[in-house]
Design a protein around this ligand. Structure first.
Ligand SMILES: [Zn+2]
Length: 309
């Protein structure tokens, strides 16, 4: 399997201030893990800078202007209690969107290829008109819209296994039947959305899990309630909102997953992509805040992407 790895130095310069869990150390840990010899086969690419047209696929211009004006020349600015921007945050955000869109170009150009985008800031909490939860622009939602516009892809599935509900992605596609959004997440928990009865036009699938749920509950939920509807939907392109904060060591939530669970769900999603989408799968980093657990989890995730089935 050809697997592309996208990242960019600007992601390391997106400074969220002292003590912030979503910090550059996360990316250093991931990139160190992906420097192991077993990952020599990854095709490493520098994320291009997205232009504002791409952002407008999901976010209205006044919102983009507001975010852009909020970025300080010095120090920090707070978009909400925990969403912090600093002088290089805008560049990082544009390259994060650029990574996800360029990965779409790659998997469309090369049948059987998939991609992992090691980006900051994350995106799945960013609603069309609201930055929150460390997210400025919704990387995955924008890339999904880009794939529809640029390649006329009919059906796209986004599977989100971050421990937090992807309220932003859900908001982007709540009235869109051609994009399926399926999420497992701790519930009730931040951001508060993601109840099972939030179904949009029938293509929003929320599988809330109570605090303390572990491997068995997670795998059963995915097997029974995520994989069958995604399979039935027959996506021509699959995205993963790849957050690794449901790991038992993660400090920001209380699910009890291990690296093995991330390897397992990645294999299952690769199989689905093989069955319906010629293997086309784009995985984009969201959360994951325990450095060792994050690095290990990303490593098994990318290992499975490289295997491809
Ligand atoms: Zn998260």
């Amino acid at each position: 399997m050809t697997t592309f790895l996208y990242t960019h130095p600007s992601f390391l310069r997106h400074d969220t201030g002292p003590g912030h869990p979503e910090n550059a150390q996360r990316l250093y840990a991931i990139l160190a893990a992906l420097n192991a010899p077993e990952f020599a086969g990854l095709i490493r690419k520098e994320a291009p800078r997205a232009d504002f047209d791409r952002l407008r696929l999901v976010h209205p211009q006044p919102y983009i202007d507001r975010i852009w004006r909020s970025i300080p020349r010095h120090g920090y600015a707070y978009l909400d209690a925990d969403t912090v921007v600093s002088p290089d945050s805008g560049e990082a955000a544009l390259h994060a969107v650029g990574a996800a869109c360029a990965a779409v170009d790659d998997v469309m150009a090369q049948p059987g290829a998939n991609a992992f985008c090691a980006v900051r800031p994350p995106g799945h909490h960013a609603e069309p008109t609201c930055a929150m939860g460390f997210c400025l622009f919704n990387n995955v939602a924008i890339a999904a819209q880009y794939a529809r516009v640029r390649y006329a892809i009919e059906r796209i599935a986004i599977v989100d296994f971050d421990v937090h509900h992807g309220n932003g992605t859900q908001a982007a596609f709540a009235s869109e039947a051609k994009v399926l959004y399926a999420s497992t997440h701790q519930y009730p928990w931040y951001p508060g959305s993601g109840a099972a009865d939030e179904t949009g036009l029938g293509t929003i699938i929320n599988v809330p899990l109570p605090a303390g749920s572990g491997s068995e509950e997670f795998r059963q939920a995915v097997e029974m309630r995520i994989l069958p509807p995604v399979d039935h939907f027959r996506p021509e392109l699959l995205f993963i909102s790849a957050g690794f904060d449901a790991h038992r060591l993660d400090p920001l939530a209380s699910l009890e997953l291990s690296e093995d669970d991330y390897a397992w769900i990645t294999r299952e999603l690769c199989r689905l992509a093989q069955r319906h989408a010629a293997g086309r799968l784009v995985s984009v980093l969201e959360g994951g805040y325990h450095l060792e657990a994050l690095a290990l989890s990303v490593a098994v995730h990318v290992r499975e992407l490289l295997q491809g089935e």
